[in-house]
Ligand binder design. Sequence first.
Ligand SMILES: C[S@@+](CC[C@H](N)C(=O)[O-])C[C@H]1O[C@@H](n2cnc3c(N)ncnc32)[C@H](O)[C@@H]1O
Length: 245
Amino acid sequence: MTAPADQLRYYRAQAGWTEALRAYALGQSQLATCDNALEVGCGGGWLTADLAAKVRGRAVGCDIDEATLALAREAYPTLSFDLSEPARLPYADAAFDFVCCHFTLLWAVDPVALLGEMRRVCAPGGRLAVLAEPDWGGFVEWPDLNLRDLVATALAMRGADPLAGRKLRAHLVAAGWEIEELGLTAGPWSASPAAIDAAWDHHRWTLAGVLDERRLRVIETKARRAWEGGARLVHLPLAWAIARR
Ligand SMILES: C[S@@+](CC[C@H](N)C(=O)[O-])C[C@H]1O[C@@H](n2cnc3c(N)ncnc32)[C@H](O)[C@@H]1O
């Protein structure tokens, strides 16, 4: 079982892929005019804290996992983090001007129900930003180390949907959101030692269930050599959207 603190490191590695996307989507969402904001699936709370700095009023985060919520409360003691249920958010109807999530829908047991709840707690005319849902079925890499299938299998075994990205539009429409902008993009990749370490930190966490340490090291060594030799190229599509209630 992964310790929550390790999980948070993995979440931060993912956040590195979406910096430009977040800047764009949060900019488009006119946060400065919002009285309050909610992040659903807040994990360690770093994005909730970022929202708190951008909205006029307050930002709160919620999650179904008590252990990561405890870390969020410890890291950001002045913010509110609430325990949520998988298909029920602990807030009144129309309670927020802005609702968002980041790498959350792929983990939701019923993403349409969760998006429906996010719509219920969003005020009429309020906005939703789905900041990044990956699509491992569209992962491109060279040289081919079969990471696409390995990660997709590992995520599915953990209960996540590795193809969440391509389903985003269908899920938003089914939940009743009016889509303003939607895209499939990829985070910028970098061959810097820090970026490669962060990527492997992420892969180790994800692949722990499908590869033993020896096989993992074989793949990691091949990938690192290809990075160093100048041949490695990777592309993970990330779906995102801005929608209106
Ligand atoms: C990959 S983590 C992302 C955490 C954070 N948004 C970030 O980017 O660092 C996904 C989070 O969604 C939470 N989650 C999954 N299903 C949820 C649901 N139905 N309602 C609220 N949170 C949920 C998980 O417990 C987990 O903390």
